[in-house]
Design a protein around this ligand. Structure first.
Ligand SMILES: *Cc1c(COP(=O)(O)O)cnc(C)c1O
Length: 386
């Protein structure tokens, strides 16, 4: 078992498990706490619940009364216990407690920032790239990220349940053998029961042209209790890759470490995606700690996303210049395994565009002048042209 990453300093006041249980008139019971269905039934949604746990700011109060009507609020007890009750800048609070700023529509904000709806070929299936599709599993997540790129769909009750949609999705896959890669993502597929997930994966795997199946999930971080050896066995049987989602090193708790161990020991390849968020993780030290912490859990950082311009998220976004500066402080300073690809998912539906600080300083004929990680210049000579 790995030690917790962030030991509370004297100034940090973490919400206690006892206080969370008391919100529901219960006493803390370690066995119930480890049960994922108990965690789901005891999610925090409302102002009066958070009020008992946190010294809320006026902006959070407005967020919990107004913004929560536009996009649902839910926080698992596991995740709530990582919040600092006294620090309004707590990186955990910022991700899941709405603020008044969510009501602000900034120039360029979009309801469907990645233009997914225009590439939706059947309900809940987005086909943008030549060989792969995105399958939206359902409309619920364990907790709701305030910067969700799919807040127009998730928790809105518009997406039909998967059994109703699945035949059309399978028909599409059978009619498009060029699709060899299916990414099943949010709403979160790991909230399905083991049997439902097994049936879904069997159905997708039954299409002969599908070679590669991935799940995108924040459940290992929001609800690590869900990762049982039975679930890991289902994922292993269908040879699924798993993309996790983490924002801050404080999320790498002993429970999360145990969940990642269960998955890695079962042979499930693990990647992680992170969204660059203002005041949460927009500095090189925090991200380096997160990415190297993930490597210790056998999770490979895959993408660092520039935050999509979702309506009402400008307070959580940072500039591309800042993202590039941070990338320049990661590459070379730590192993390439701990350096994800920084991407902008192009507004309007252009897909992911990778960005990195320029390393080609000059190029003439067969001579390339390149900048290394520490800023020094080197020349590379191409082979002579025949
Ligand atoms: C991100 C994404 C994928 C998967 O892209 P990879 O670069 O293979 O991870 C597929 N379809 C859509 C619509 C996506 O947004």
């Amino acid at each position: 078992m790995l030690e917790a990453q962030a030991f509370p300093s004297a100034t940090q006041q973490f919400v206690s498990r006892e206080a969370i249980c008391a919100v529901f008139g219960e006493t803390y019971d370690p066995v119930s706490w480890q049960d994922w269905r108990w965690q789901m039934r005891h999610r925090l949604h409302r102002l009066d619940q958070f009020e008992k746990l946190l010294s809320l700011t006026p902006a959070e109060r407005v967020g919990l009364t107004m913004a929560s009507q536009r996009f649902a609020v839910a926080v698992t007890p596991h995740f709530a216990a990582l919040m600092d009750s006294e620090d309004p800048n707590c990186p955990i609070r910022k991700q899941v407690i709405p603020r008044e700023e969510e009501l602000v529509a900034a120039p360029g904000d979009l309801v469907d920032p990645c233009g997914e709806d225009q590439h939706m070929v059947v309900e809940g299936l987005v086909h943008r790239y030549p060989d792969r599709v995105l399958l939206l599993a359902q409309d619920a997540c364990a907790a709701y990220c305030r910067y969700c790129t799919r807040s127009r769909l998730v928790a809105q009750g518009d997406l039909n349940a998967l059994p109703k949609r699945l035949e059309a999705i399978l028909d599409y896959l059978r009619a498009h053998p060029e699709v060899r890669d299916v990414l099943i993502s949010g709403g979160d597929p790991l909230l399905f029961s083991d049997d439902r997930l097994d049936a879904l994966l069997s159905a997708v795997r039954s299409v002969p042209s599908v070679e590669f199946v991935r799940l995108g999930s924040r459940v290992p971080g929001f609800l690590p209790q869900r990762i049982t050896s039975e679930l890991a066995a289902v994922l292993r049987r269908h040879r699924v890759w798993l993309s996790l989602h983490f924002s801050h090193p404080r999320e790498l708790t002993p429970e999360v470490a145990a969940a990642c161990d269960t998955l890695a020991d079962a042979g499930v390849p693990l990647g992680s995606q992170t969204v660059l968020l203002a005041g949460v993780n927009d500095d090189a030290n925090t991200l380096r700690e997160l990415f190297t912490g993930l490597l210790k859990l056998r999770v490979r950082p895959y993408y660092l996303y520039q935050c999509d311009p979702v309506l009402g998220t400008s307070h959580l976004r940072t500039s591309i210049a800042k993202g590039l500066e941070i990338m320049g402080q990661l590459r070379g300073f730590t192993t390439g395994y701990a350096v994800p690809t920084y991407v902008v998912d192009a507004p309007g539906g252009g897909g992911k565009i990778p960005l990195q600080p320029p390393s080609v300083v000059a190029h003439e004929g067969e001579t390339w002048v390149l900048r290394n990680w520490s800023g020094r210049l080197f020349t590379y000579q191409d082979p002579p042209q025949a």
